[in-house]
Design a protein around this ligand. Structure first.
Ligand code: GAR
Length: 220
């Protein structure tokens, strides 16, 4: 993973399948950067194995060993800054970050969330989407602000919610798209193509076509 100069830090808590998508994106050259450090707040997170197998430096910073959020976040900041990280990616990191952390990395801290924000922030989002009867859900990559699961949206992917869906079916369908979306959004940031104006992210160059649309259920 040497040679690239832009350094990314990734925070995880679990399986790390999104981390894997970023690792693969870097490896293939799609993301012109290197992952300098992966931190987990859980020692048994499988994502740590993924990182080690890719030769990436890992750290466990267990929130339970700190007296409160602030010393925990100071330690995260110290580790990320020591690693010279320019972008911090939250990838299934299941701790709420306080303004201390968020302000330190404002504008270079991004998150992936399994809903079409601003709908369904928070937890159990797939079940909540099913219960609300929405026809579409998806995932969002956004800049992190002080409010949880809020902040300027970089990119979204949409999937259908099928009548037969259980929460785990929908989660799986969304996760497949997360693995496409996150590397793409990170690439845009690394290439300096994201610009936030009045809370809206502008992407250069814009790739939207006026004819693009989604219809659901699929017309006969
Ligand atoms: C992903 O679905 C991610 O969007 C979600 O946790 C999962 C982590 O999976 N994140 C959140 O809900 C954050 N609010 P992974 O560990 O396999 O990448």
């Amino acid at each position: 993973m040497s040679g690239a100069s832009f350094r990314i830090g990734v925070l995880i808590s679990g399986s790390g399948s999104n981390l894997q998508a970023l690792i693969d994106g870097v490896k293939s050259g799609f993301i012109p950067a290197e992952i300098a450090l992966v931190i987990s707040n859980k020692a048994d997170a499988y994502g740590l194995t993924r990182a080690r197998e890719a030769g990436i430096e890992t750290r466990v910073v267990d929130h339970k060993t700190f007296e409160g959020r602030s010393p925990f976040e100071h330690e995260l900041i110290r580790a990320l800054d020591d690693a010279g990280v320019e972008l911090v990616c939250l990838a299934g990191f299941m701790r709420v970050l306080t303004p201390l952390f968020v302000r330190h990395y404002l504008g270079r801290l991004i998150n992936i969330h399994p809903s079409l924000l601003p709908a369904f922030a928070g937890l159990h989002v797939q079940q909540r989407a099913i219960d609300a009867g929405v026809r579409f859900s998806g995932c969002t990559v956004h800049f992190v602000e002080e409010e949880v699961d809020a902040g300027p949206i970089i990119a979204q992917a949409v999937v259908p919610v099928l009548p037969s869906d259980r929460a785990e079916d929908l989660a799986k369908r969304i996760l497949t798209q997360e693995h496409r979306l996150y590397p793409w959004a990170v690439k845009l940031f690394v290439e300096g193509r994201t610009q936030v104006k009045e809370r809206v992210v502008h992407i250069q160059p814009a790739q939207w076509g006026a004819e693009q649309a989604l219809i659901g259920p699929t017309p006969d």
